[in-house]
Design a protein around this ligand. Structure first.
Ligand SMILES: [Zn+2]
Length: 499
């Protein structure tokens, strides 16, 4: 099965296969580390994680490079305002970014590269563009890309720039969506700003040249896929294409993947609207990292996700259902069953597991349709639970079901409960940042009991039940429920979990 993925450049679904026949070479624009990442940023990184994992599931090796933009207008401005270097300013945000990715179980790319560690290579690319007649130096010493030298400009964003004004310039990293201007490749040093002394003068790189340089450095001048959020199509990715193809005269990335923006409660997420959330904000409200992952990947990447707290509650119970199902499968002593009389049922379950796997892969191969992929697994969960409830589930059927579940989890990655650690770190962050007031009371209540204390209460309840002291047993159950701990009785004893 081959992945068919929408390609912004061609405007259609194209097969995504490695052009060198070995590994899929992909570059994803990483974060600009000037603040904590918000859930819109993480939706993009999570959907790229879904892509990576799907390729691996389909047997395609991946070589994934991601940059860290640790020098740009915002970083320079904020560092200057605090009187510290850009490195001192960006380091904590870079660390926070990696902690957040880990919380969300986003796999690390094969290679992570920092802009500030590639300045000489960026300078060489500017020189190469100048030699090709595609770059010029302005009066202030800054270097600009000459847009009129690249007639294909606009081919990614499908914008028509034929009427553009020749020689008009813009030196901002991010600018208005409809202005086509000669853009800055290298910005001459301004007093008090971070700068590097180089062969093209003292200054610092523009944002776009960073990505052209680092992607081609590690993946070659032509590679398979370039990915990012939809806000990067113009001008960032359009400019990357212009720079790279003007220098090499070769096609840059063949395939372009863009993840759509999310809305929050139907509106654009913004600080002024009061609907702006970082990952940490949600963890402090008591939501689990696994549920946030589930919510952000369940809507396919080209669809607009409307993020709501109802949706997050739904994702929470979806994760819970799958974990309970998995636990039930592995911890129940399933009957052997009489081979003769149960052969038909066994076949039905095995077939359901096989169908679920096929549908799961087919959905992901079809432009990463995570919604359908997820539905295929929940269909299986329902079917198996029905059989189990009627006493029609047998030991020999379990491996096929577990196999389907494991395939699902190789992409969704929510079965293993590692939610305590991100929450613990978020609380640590709240303390350091003086944000204790933002911690949800339910979360504090949930955490006020240690695992050992819960074990002790569960054991005491078991004793109480044995002594037919049901009042005490119920009292303990309620006490635990108030702290968000649920007890489940089975014939093998009581299990507990935090809600
Ligand atoms: Zn980029």
């Amino acid at each position: 099965m081959t992945l068919r993925l929408f390609n912004t450049l061609t405007g259609q679904l194209d097969e995504l296969v490695p052009m060198d026949g070995k590994a899929l070479r992909m570059y994803a624009c990483g974060p600009t580390v000037y603040d904590y990442g918000h859930i819109g940023n993480f939706r993009t990184f999570l959907q790229i994680d879904v892509l990576r994992r799907t390729l691996k599931l389909l047997g395609v090796p991946v070589r994934h490079v991601m940059n860290i933009t640790d020098v740009d207008d915002k970083i320079i401005r904020n560092a200057a305002a605090q009187g510290i270097t850009i490195g001192q300013y960006s380091a904590p945000f870079e660390q926070a970014f990696f902690e957040d990715l880990e919380a969300l179980k986003v796999q690390r790319p094969e290679q992570l590269v920092r802009a500030t560690e590639h300045i000489p290579r960026m300078v060489e690319l500017v020189q190469r563009l100048a030699a090709a007649g595609a770059a010029y130096q302005a009066e202030d010493g800054s270097w600009y890309f000459r847009l009129s030298s690249f007639p294909e400009y606009g081919k990614l964003s499908k914008k028509d720039f034929s009427g553009m004004e020749d020689g008009a310039r813009v030196d901002l990293d991010e600018y208005e969506k409809d202005s086509a201007r000669d853009f800055a490749l290298w910005k001459a040093a301004k007093p008090g700003e971070t700068s590097w002394d180089t062969a093209i003068g003292r200054g610092r790189p523009g944002w776009h040249i960073e990505c052209s340089t680092m992607s081609m450095e590690y993946l070659g001048e032509s590679f398979d896929l370039h990915a990012g959020g939809e806000d990067l199509i113009f001008p960032h990715h359009e400019n990357e294409i212009a720079q790279s193809e003007s220098a090499t005269r070769k096609p840059f990335a063949r395939h372009w993947m863009h993840v759509r923006f999310l809305l929050v409660d139907g509106r654009k997420m913004s600080k002024s609207e009061g609907n702006f959330y970082t990952l940490r904000d949600l963890l402090l409200k008591g939501y689990k990292a696994s549920a946030i992952r589930m919510a952000l990947i369940s809507v396919p990447y080209r669809h607009q996700l409307n993020f709501t707290f109802d949706g997050l509650a739904e994702a929470t119970s979806a994760v819970e259902r799958l974990r309970t199902f998995h636990q039930r499968l592995i911890s129940t002593n399933w009957p052997e069953g009489d081979t003769h009389s149960t052969a038909g049922d066994a076949q039905a379950v095995s077939e359901a597991a096989e169908t679920a796997k096929t549908k799961f892969r087919a959905a992901l191969s079809d432009d990463l349709n995570t919604a359908e992929a997820r539905a295929a697994i929940f269909d299986l969960v329902r079917a198996v639970n029905t059989q189990a409830d009627c006493g029609n589930l047998f030991r020999r059927e379990i491996p096929a079901i577990l196999d389907a579940l494991n395939q699902f989890d190789s992409v969704f990655d929510i079965l293993e409960d590692t939610d305590a650690e991100p929450t613990r770190r978020a609380l640590e962050y709240a303390e350091q940042a003086g944000r204790q007031a933002d911690v949800a009371p339910e979360l504090l209540a949930r955490l006020s009991l240690s695992d050992e204390a819960i074990e002790a209460l569960v054991a005491e309840r078991a004793t109480a039940k044995k002594q037919r002291n049901f009042a005490r047993a119920d009292q303990i159950r309620n006490q635990l429920a108030e702290k968000g701990v649920v007890i489940e009785d089975s014939k093998d004893g009581a299990r507990w979990k935090r809600k």
